[in-house]
Structure formats: C-alpha cells, structure tokens
Ligand binder design. Structure first.
Ligand code: C2E
Ligand code: MG
Ligand code: MG
Ligand code: MG
Length: 284
C-alpha cells in the first residue's frame, strides 16, 4: 500500500513509526529513573453510596510527575511499564503506598477501603501472594480493606491457573473486582467460576446515559446479572446527576466519577466531608 503510493508516503509511515518507537524507548528509560527518584504518587478517587452520598472507599490511581515533561498519564506509561516488566516493581510500590494510605485512614477512624489496579504481569507473578502477605503484615492493613482490580482479559488465558491465583488472593482476605467490565472478551459462563466479589461497569456504558438506550439496557442488565450472581457492582465514570439517578434506580448503589469527585491527593481526601453531594460543574 505505502509503496504503491510512492516513496514519500512510505517515508511518512516509517518516520511516524520511528517517532513512536523513540517515545517508547524514552519513556522506558525515564521510568527507570523515575522509580529511582520517586517521581510517582497516588491519587485517590472516592467511591460513593448513590443513595446517601457517603464515601465508601477509594480507588488508588498512579500519577507520574516527570521533572521536564510534567504529568504523564498512566494510559501512556502503564502499558510500557507492563511490556518492560518494570510494572512489577512499580506495582509493588503502588500496593505498599495504597496500604499505607489505608492504614493511616483506619488509624484516624476514617473509611479505609482502598482499591488497587493490578497489571497482568503482577497477577501472573509467582511472588504476588507472598508479596501481598508481606505488605499487609508490614502496614497492618485489615485485608478486608484491600480490593484488587483486575480486567477480564487477565483471567481469560490460562483459566485454571487464574482461578487458583484468585483463590490464593481471597485466602488472604483480600477481595477482587473486575475492572472495565463488559469491554473485555469474557465468557459469562466463566464468571461464576471465578471467585470475584465486584463488577465495575465500564465508563463507556455509563457515559451516554441517558441518550443511548442500548447502553442503558446493557448497564441495567449487568446490574441485574451481578445481583443474581451475588456480586456487588460499582459504576465508574459517573459524571452527571442523571447517570447517578439512573444507576440508583436500577439498584447500583456504589458509584465513582467526576460527578462526586475526581481522583484527589491524600491531603485533599482528608479535607473531604464523609458525605458528598454531587457537582455537575466538575465536568468540563
Ligand atoms: P481504571 O482503573 O479504569 O481507572 C479509571 C480511570 O477513569 C482513571 O483514569 C480515572 O481518573 C478516570 N475517571 C474517573 N472518573 C471519571 C469520570 O467521571 N469521567 C472520566 N472521563 N474519567 C474518569 P487514570 O487515572 O488516567 O487511569 C487510567 C488507567 O490507568 C486506569 O483505568 C488503570 O487501568 C490504569 N492505572 C492507573 N493507576 C494504575 C496503577 O496503579 N496500576 C496499574 N496497573 N494500572 C493503573
Ligand atoms: Mg480501576
Ligand atoms: Mg475501570
Ligand atoms: Mg478503564
């Protein structure tokens, strides 16, 4: 194709590829340096009771402030950290940091549930269980306050190994959420074999409520299915009061999104009231 259109087109593609490869290499190197120099921190987004506004817990989300590039999104660097294996070290730091946050909250008598995103490399790492046990012991976090977010695709390869790893996690007392639910290539028949606790409805289904009747039907169906399977359900990316009301009317009682709060620094979290009221203007 490129050749048929002539040399210039070909050059255009190859220089784009070069730029992408260079950026990747750049980020990879900077990641190593960033880990050494502690350029990362966590922000925490409240998960809220849609009936009362009460804060029920937080999702920990990693942030990278690069000394010259400024903020680099996890959407950009997490895949590179995964591909290079750096995610194992970085992910362990995230777990530790999130548990220290939870421990400080518990110490202060505040809601201490924290949800941590796990990458596929971490999930498949033979060292995950001892590492988790170690972090829980060191930080004195009650295991029931720690929730791990996995995606469907992480479970779909070697299903039996995945199930046994999930059981090992649950044996520690830690609970498991399926993140971005509905977007992966998952088989519903496996869902009941996986010892999971929570389905997190992907933002893509929530964002077009109330304009897209299909997304509304899918969202209501996921909630109903979760209920029948005895799973809890969390809706992510809730930006408007209408979305929140729709979810509440359909028995989804845990919501997360800009409507209630963006991810915040630990200090900003400390200043939050225990009950939040929604705020449409938070969305631009
Ligand atoms: P995720 O786990 O699905 O996290 C939700 C993402 O949606 C976050 O983006 C959050 O800031 C954003 N979000 C929350 N509420 C709203 C909303 O109302 N509207 C919109 N448009 N977005 C909302 P973020 O922080 O950029 O993270 C992106 C993804 O990067 C995460 O998706 C997760 O897959 C990954 N990630 C973030 N932190 C970590 C981490 O510590 N470890 C690993 N392995 N992955 C992480
Ligand atoms: Mg998540
Ligand atoms: Mg998600
Ligand atoms: Mg997502």
């Amino acid at each position: 194709e490129a050749k048929a259109k002539g040399k210039n087109t070909y050059h255009f593609y190859s220089s784009e590829l070069n730029a992408a490869a260079n950026e990747r290499l750049y980020i990879e190197n900077e990641l190593r340096q960033g880990i050494r120099d502690s350029q990362f921190h966590l922000n925490y987004q409240p998960q809220v009771d849609s009936r009362t506004g009460k804060v029920l817990g937080f999702e920990a989300l990693i942030r990278w402030t690069h000394p010259t590039q400024g903020a680099i999104s996890p959407v950009k660097f997490i895949p590179i950290a995964e591909a290079t294996g750096l995610i194992v070290e970085l992910g362990e730091w995230v777990l530790h940091e999130a548990c220290r946050f939870s421990a400080r909250r518990a110490q202060a008598g505040l809601e201490a549930n924290v949800s941590v995103n796990l990458s596929v490399r971490q999930f498949q790492d033979a060292n995950l269980i001892p590492s988790l046990a170690n972090i829980l012991e060191q930080t004195k976090v009650a295991p029931k306050n720690l929730h791990l977010e996995l995606t469907e695709s992480m479970l779909m390869g070697d299903v039996d190994t995945a199930i046994s790893q999930l059981h090992d996690i649950k044996r520690l007392g830690v609970s498991i959420s399926i993140d971005d639910f509905g977007t992966g290539y998952s088989s519903l028949s496996y869902l009941k074999r996986f010892p999971v606790d929570v389905l997190k409805i992907d933002r893509s289904f929530v964002q077009d409520i109330p304009d897209d009747p299909n997304d509304m039907a899918i969202t209501a169906a996921i909630i109903a299915m979760a209920q029948k399977l005895n799973l809890n359900v969390v809706a992510e990316g809730v930006e408007t009061r209408e979305q929140m009301e729709f979810l509440k009317a359909n028995n989804c009682f845990v919501v997360q999104g800009y409507y209630f709060s963006p991810p915040l620094s630990e200090q900003a979290v400390a200043e939050l009231p225990e009950v939040l009221s929604g705020c449409e203007s938070a969305v631009d």
